[in-house]
Ligand binder design. Structure first.
Ligand code: DLL
Length: 435
């Protein structure tokens, strides 16, 4: 089944004609409405009129997460605030998170694309959908919610957390489809089993999992534990949220990118050079239809590759492979995007600490754990009422990480000079998760 047969099965030539028309429009629009793009295009010596073919896009400069931070919070919006009907943000609860805005039409587009995703997973208006992506600033919850309503499915807006209650609702309401992060799917399965619930006997038929990296091994585990078909969904707040790309139930090998709305390139992260289809590299997206927050050549930092082979589902949209890594050091911990530099900034704000720290990320019972080990300063270590002060400092760091980044961490203060020293580039993060 295909939600929007007209647009999802466009022949390549027609698709490219549509993309070029939309690309010309968006490039013109950002040049005339967003100071950042005018400066960035002028500096690179390019003008909107330089776009005469899709290939010309590569002459244009990239947009990076740093550009978004520099223009925090609304500096890259291309419409007045009066036209913005929704704001979302990724990572951390405060500070320079990435803020994104949507016009009414952007919400409609997003809802349609999410409806397309659900239909690609075989969901219909007769399904009941358990939506356990977080509702709030995170795009997962509301993005999926509006898509499900657009399709006409019955959505349970359960959001994240309170796992016991989720398991009760899974039994009582009998949802046939579920959306959450893949690690939470495994967590639900495990807690359900611990409660004596036969999780395979639930009515769930299909799961739509994303927002964090996962593997074919995890797919097999989830399918086995919950007795459903597990499908991959990709997206990022900057480009829209969930629903940039989605696997189809017919083929389940790679995610169709909604190319009538997003133009994709794959680049060599070191040189910025555009790579031919099939080569692994960093995904770069240009939004073709977004009004409030258009992005030109946005570097996602996500590593993948394009799969140009036709798909038997009938969609002509090109597919992308699973994300295999990042070209920066961003971590996704329980769904929250965290940069080590943000943790460092918190540590720097606390008195009595030395400059050496280690961040250890692991997974216990399918839940990500974060531990921060930090050396105390010689002065604090030598001071008299040590234990009380140390405990207070630990609590302060835990609280600050929670307040600023929105995640719970275990903090361990260690003696001066006890952490490993590095001769070259410090490697302060140990990611021990095996996914
Ligand atoms: O995670 C949007 C989303 C919500 C996608 C629900 C899918 C489902 P952000 O919080 O901005 O947005 O995080 C975006 O998450 O750049 C990837 O690194 C990672 N990511 C998202 N989907 C996948 C996936 C949402 N299927 C960042 N596989 C992206 C691997 C993913 N990584």
């Amino acid at each position: 089944m295909i939600y929007n047969e007209d647009f999802e099965t466009l022949p390549r030539e027609v698709m490219e004609t549509l993309q070029l028309k939309r690309l010309k429009q968006v490039v013109q629009r950002v040049y005339h409405t967003v100071g950042f793009y005018r400066r960035s295009f002028d500096n690179a010596g390019v003008q909107p009129d330089d776009i005469t073919s899709l290939d010309d896009l590569k002459k244009f400069p990239f947009t990076t997460k740093q550009d978004l931070r520099d223009n925090y919070p609304f500096g890259l919006f291309a419409v007045p605030m009066s036209s913005v009907v929704r704001l979302h943000a990724s990572s951390g609860t405060t500070g320079r998170a990435t803020v994104v805005g949507y016009t009414r039409r952007d919400i409609d587009t997003w809802s349609e694309l999410m409806a397309r995703c659900l239909v690609a997973a075989g969901v219909t208006k007769n399904d009941i959908l358990h939506n356990a992506y977080g509702y709030g600033l995170f795009t997962g919850g509301l993005g999926v919610h509006y898509g499900a309503e657009t399709l006409g499915a019955s959505v349970i807006p359960i959001s994240g957390g309170n796992t016991k209650r989720q398991i009760m609702i899974l039994q009582d309401f009998g949802p046939t489809a579920i959306c959450c992060t893949p690690s939470y799917a495994l967590n639900l399965a495990e807690q359900g089993r611990a409660m004596g619930v036969d999780m395979k006997a639930l009515k769930l038929r299909v799961g739509i999992f994303g927002a964090e990296p996962w593997s074919e091994k995890m797919r097999a585990e989830i399918e086995d534990a919950l007795g459903l078909a597990a499908l991959n969904i990709y997206g990022l707040s900057e480009i829209m949220g969930p629903g940039v790309a989605m696997e189809c139930i017919e083929d389940r090998q790679g995610m169709h990118i909604f190319e009538d709305h997003f133009l994709v390139e794959v680049i060599d992260p070191a040189t910025g050079e555009v790579l031919p289809p099939g080569e692994p590299g960093e995904l770069v997206f240009t939004t073709l239809t977004k009004e409030a927050f258009p992005l030109i050549r946005y570097r996602t930092r996500d590593i993948s590759r394009l799969l140009p082979e036709p798909c038997r589902c009938g969609r002509t949209h090109i597919r992308m492979d699973r994300i295999t890594g990042r070209s920066d050091d961003m971590l996704i911990i329980r769904g929250v995007n965290v940069f080590p530099s943000q943790i460092e900034a918190v540590l720097m704000g606390v008195e009595g600490l030395g400059p050496h720290y280690q961040i250890i990320v692991d997974r216990e019972e399918n839940l990500d754990t974060l531990e921060v080990q930090v050396e105390v300063s010689e002065k604090l270590f030598a001071s008299g009422d040590e234990v009380k002060v140390l405990q207070g400092t630990e609590r302060r760091i835990v609280k600050d990480i929670k307040d600023y980044l929105g995640i719970s961490a275990k903090v361990k203060l260690v003696e001066p000079k006890s952490l490993q020293r590095f001769e070259g580039k410090a490697s302060r993060v140990q990611d021990r998760r095996r996914i």
